[in-house]
Design a protein around this ligand. Structure first.
Ligand SMILES: Nc1ncnc2c1ncn2[C@@H]1O[C@H](COP(=O)(O)OP(=O)(O)OP(=O)(O)O)[C@@H](O)[C@H]1O
Ligand SMILES: [Mg+2]
Length: 256
């Protein structure tokens, strides 16, 4: 039997609040709805995708901390969520300390890559929810990933951050991970009524013509509400505009 390796997608942007966690939870759910087995890896000490998927971070027994420390395997730390096909490696606030502890360990940028190599077959996708920084936790994600997905908000300063991130991509390819490709840039919280949204979109398309997802994620109140119910939006309100947009994104990702 042929065992295929999963696509490992680092959802990354050093800027905060751009929709990384929202994209991980909802792209993950939309891919799982299409029949894929999906693993969400929460490597952010804020633990937003952990609580957003209905798991209390303070009660999680094994987390990504143990995974990085090498005291537990990926199959031991992964748990099912209430959403069929969607699994989670939870995070905890204590992970903030791991970044400091990791700094002095051998192969410090490759801990996650080695841990993921032991993932049992059957998973089609691993989606990594990165913290809003380019520290050691994010470097571990980029060293392990096959591709990066960059959510960005349609605001003027976002363009500067994007240039920095693309430069980082080049450095990672040279030094840590030759196979890392840019899966795409995803425009989030898009407000079709504002000129700025359209201007930023056309600037980004001009700068990175091959790298912008056709799908635009609209600003949608239901998307913001869903995590407080511990659910992806496609379970909370399956027909709202946000759900439709994340399903469309899943189609695009599946076709890549
Ligand atoms: N399409 C959307 N419509 C409405 N609200 C949204 C949308 N996307 C994200 N939000 C809200 O915006 C806030 C920031 O989103 P999110 O937590 O996904 O960003 P993040 O990049 O993960 O942030 P951080 O960098 O802090 O981890 C959250 O309150 C989220 O619910
Ligand atoms: Mg987040």
């Amino acid at each position: 039997m042929l065992i295929s390796t999963p696509r490992i997608v680092a959802v990354v942007n050093q800027k905060g609040g751009v929709g990384k966690t929202t994209t991980v939870m909802n792209l993950g759910a939309a891919l799982a709805e299409r029949g894929a087995q999906v693993l969400v890896l929460d490597i952010d000490p804020q633990s937003n995708s952990t609580s957003g998927l209905g798991v209390d971070p303070s009660r999680a027994r094994l987390t990504v901390y143990e995974l990085l420390a090498g005291t537990a395997t990926i199959d031991e730390v992964a748990i099912p969520t209430a959403f069929p096909g969607l699994h989670l490696v939870p995070s905890q606030i204590g992970l903030a300390g791991a970044e400091i502890e990791l700094a002095t360990t051998p192969q410090r940028e490759h801990r996650l890559r080695h841990a993921l190599a032991e993932l049992s077959g059957g998973f089609g996708y691993v989606l990594i929810d990165c913290p809003p920084s380019l520290g050691l936790l994010t470097l571990n994600a980029l060293a392990a990933a096959t591709e990066m997905l960059i959510p960005m908000q349609c605001e003027y300063f976002a363009l500067e951050g994007l240039g920095h991130l693309m430069h980082t991509h080049g450095l990672i390819r040279m030094n840590l991970n030759r196979q890392l490709r840019v899966g795409g840039i995803l425009m989030t919280q898009f407000d079709a009524r504002t000129t700025l949204s359209w201007e930023v979109l056309s600037e980004v398309r001009r700068a990175y013509p091959d790298h912008v997802y056709r799908t635009l994620i609209p600003r949608n109140v239901r998307v913001g509400e869903a995590p407080s119910h511990g659910l992806p939006v496609i379970a909370y309100d399956p027909t709202c505009r946000g759900s439709e947009a994340y399903r469309q994104l899943a189609e695009e990702v599946l076709s890549q």
